[in-house]
Design a protein around this ligand. Structure first.
Ligand code: LMR
Length: 401
């Protein structure tokens, strides 16, 4: 039956982990997937998460099904974390929100909802480049994917002129995907002033903004600062779609905890949107998993756990920033590696878009056992004081050819 099924390529991000696992060299380093590692290169379970789990275990919870849209206490708190207590649509009870299978699931629910119910356009604009999974998610949701300029190779910064020109030239009412903070893969975010201009253009062109917020807290170390773009758009009267993930900021990767929300005109409209979210979700996976949502709910709902968590997010963000500085100074000052490496220090969030070329990334994997995505993105969290020098020396060798 399957003789005509062609072999597909490995996933551009998760495929890197497979190659890393197959490598037996003790010096190997995995900078592919964006998963935080501690100073010893080990996965990190946040103290707040451990405490929340202890509290949960001692309360002996059942294993019943969640409702289709998930744990209501959790989704309420997730929306509050994103939109903030001053959000008008939240105060009015006009935010439709559902739990999701982390950020990917939230994007997919959003893509399916827009494909089915957004009457004005089936076109979604993604930044170039964007997270490798965005295109397949939205294409498989039934949307037509197009790109807007984002990254300027020459300045290794934001191509703001290109971004503005492309959004201004987009057909009215098209959907535009915006990374709320810590843009993946480039690590380059618009400034608050630039966000204000983007918001004005989105309004002028009547575009529909869909925010992907996978890194709230990870960019600046502050969850409210990182929500600036989302909150600014909402305060300007935009209706938005929002995908949230708790994979990174709570380290709940495999628990698959996220939320998808839409701001609506009023509670009556919200109720209709809620009903359609259920109709989309039920045939996909019926209802979401329990455990991770309970953990996130416990943290978001308890003052002491919440402030411990905020400290831990900041700790992760700070360790990444210190690795950026160390890598920059090793390449520039110690090794005098040819090229300009200032972007490593300036980029934001979990990743650095190094500028290494596909042949250089290939050489790094084959000769130095250092793994990253083919576009030269490295997960900064995979670096630590034991491997950063070996990494910098390997990059130096690859650049010098
Ligand atoms: C990444 O970009 O590495 C992460 O978002 C993990 C993933 O699922 O790709």
């Amino acid at each position: 039956s399957w003789s005509a099924v062609p072999a597909g390529p490995p996933d551009p991000i998760l495929g890197v982990t497979e190659a890393f696992k197959a490598d037996k060299d003790p010096r190997k380093i995995n900078l592919g997937v964006g998963a935080y590692r501690d100073e010893n290169g080990k996965p990190y379970i946040l103290g707040s998460v451990k405490k929340a789990e202890e509290l949960l275990t001692s309360s002996k919870p059942d294993k019943e099904y969640l409702p289709i849209t998930g744990l209501p206490e959790f989704t309420k708190k997730a929306a509050l974390l994103a939109y903030g207590a001053d959000s008008e649509p939240l105060k009015q009870g006009a935010v439709a929100v559902t739990q999701s299978i982390s950020g990917t699931g939230a994007l997919r629910i959003g893509g399916a909802f827009l494909a089915r119910h957004y009457p004005h356009s089936k076109v979604i604009y993604l930044p170039v480049p964007s997270w490798g999974n965005h295109t397949p998610i939205f294409r498989d949701s039934g949307l037509e994917v197009r790109g807007y300029r984002y990254f300027d190779k020459k300045t290794v910064g934001l191509d703001f002129e290109g971004l503005k020109a492309d959004l201004l030239a987009a057909p009215e009412q098209a959907i535009v995907l915006l990374h709320a903070c810590a843009h993946n893969p480039t690590g380059i975010d618009p400034t608050p002033e630039q966000w204000q201009i983007i918001s004005d253009i989105v309004k002028e062109r009547k575009l529909f903004p869909f925010f992907d917020m996978a890194y709230q807290g990870f960019a600046s170390g502050s969850t409210s600062q990182d929500a600036f773009a989302v909150r600014h758009f909402v305060s300007q009267g935009h209706q938005i779609a929002l995908a949230q993930s708790f994979a990174k900021n709570m380290g709940l990767y495999g628990e698959r905890v996220g939320a998808f929300s839409l701001t609506t005109a009023d509670p009556e409209e919200k109720a209709r949107v809620d009903s359609q979210l259920k109709i989309i979700i039920r045939p996909m996976y019926s209802n979401p998993p329990l455990h991770g949502a309970r953990i996130a709910n416990a943290i978001l709902g308890d003052k002491a756990l919440y402030s411990q968590w905020e400290g831990e997010v900041k700790g992760m963000a700070d360790r990444i920033i210190s690795m950026r500085e160390k890598l920059y100074s090793t390449l520039t000052h110690d090794l005098k590696t040819p090229g300009e490496w200032g972007h490593i220090k300036n980029q934001i969030g979990m990743f650095s878009f190094t500028g290494l070329t596909p042949p250089q990334t290939k050489a790094l994997a084959e000769k130095a056992h250092v793994y990253m995505t083919g576009d030269g993105r490295i997960s900064m969290a995979g670096l630590n004081s034991s491997n950063i020098e070996y990494f910098a020396e390997s990059v130096n060798a690859a650049v010098r050819g």
